[in-house]
Design a protein around this ligand. Structure first.
Ligand code: 0GY
Length: 291
């Protein structure tokens, strides 16, 4: 693990908020263990191991029933740790993989059998070297017939330039962490409005209303209150196209390591009644990943 890498919280508290039956943590990762599933040579960070057993124990502790495990960049396009976790989950986990243009149909088929239902395109420059858009469009055409969707990760300043590309994608698109808005600018700033407009104009665009710990300026002392208006706006307006996830084990946090129980306690502030909570935590992820 990198010298400055912050490990996940060793003993999160039990959340006060109880998720509804069947709740899905729709954004989390498994890392290694590195001696079984080595980290990718091209990685930009080396995390602490965060194996499937720890993830599944956290799932149960927090009151969730299912996980969507997203391939993280430290494993590159080697999806073995992800597939291993999916196969060990008794059908309680689905996956989002990272693949290159040389992936074979047989590999895609095997990943589908294991529970993969999407691919991730990453545009965050500190995490990956750039991939040409044509390569991503080629992958999109390969995975669309499987009924898979595409998860995209980018930062707010890059959204405007990405919109023409996003409009070309043939599948459902899920944006990580609300497109990483600059919280200090406020929820009514044109930058966040651009993201709201993207969702309004494109019914195939979904958002994860996740990662207050990465986006917050105020931090954990207020339980990330400054991020709540952003997430709530998306949940209120696009109730059937939002997902929630812990982002465990929280790679590359620098300010603090969140308590996962505290993150769960943000949920009733962003999804303010039982119907919205059920949509966010159960109905939407089940429709996208288990139907
Ligand atoms: C996240 C966020 C980060 C990392 C990755 O794939 C990754 O390495 O997604 C980050 O550093 O912002 O969603 O886990």
């Amino acid at each position: 693990m990198d010298a400055n890498y912050m490990p996940f919280h060793p003993s999160p508290r039990k959340p006060a908020y109880a998720p509804p039956p069947g709740a899905v943590d729709a954004h989390c990762h498994v890392f290694g263990p590195g001696d079984v599933f080595p980290y990718a040579p091209e990685r930009k960070y080396t995390p602490c191991d965060a194996p499937k057993e720890k993830l599944f124990a956290l799932r149960d502790f927090l009151g969730f029933e299912r996980n969507v495990i997203v391939q993280a960049t430290c494993h590159g396009k080697d999806n073995r740790a992800l597939v291993d976790a999916l196969k060990a989950s008794n059908g309680l986990a689905r996956g989002v993989a990272s693949v290159g243009p040389s992936v074979s149909d047989a590999e895609l088929h095997d990943m589908h059998e294991a529970g993969v239902r999407g691919v991730r395109f990453n545009f965050v420059k500190r995490l990956v070297d750039a991939t040409p858009k044509e390569v991503y469009l080629g992958i999109a055409d390969r995975i669309a017939p499987l009924g898979w969707h595409i998860v995209v990760y980018f930062e707010a300043p890059d959204l405007e330039g990405l919109i023409p590309f996003l409009r070309q994608l043939p599948t459902t698109i899920v944006v990580d962490h609300m497109g990483r808005p600059d919280i200090a600018k406020g929820v009514d700033h044109p930058d966040f409005q651009r993201f709201v407009d993207l969702m309004a104009d494109n019914p195939n665009v979904w958002s994860k209303v996740s990662c207050p710990e990465r986006l917050s300026v105020d931090g954990p002392a207020t339980n990330y209150a400054d991020v709540v208006p952003f997430a709530r706006r998306l949940v209120d307006r696009f109730t059937d196209r939002v997902l929630w996830g812990t982002d465990w084990p929280h790679p590359n946090m620098t300010t603090h390591m969140p308590d996962d129980g505290a993150l769960v306690d943000v949920i009733p502030h962003i999804a303010t009644d039982a119907a919205k909570q059920k949509a966010l935590l159960v109905d939407n992820p089940m429709r996208l990943y288990w139907s």
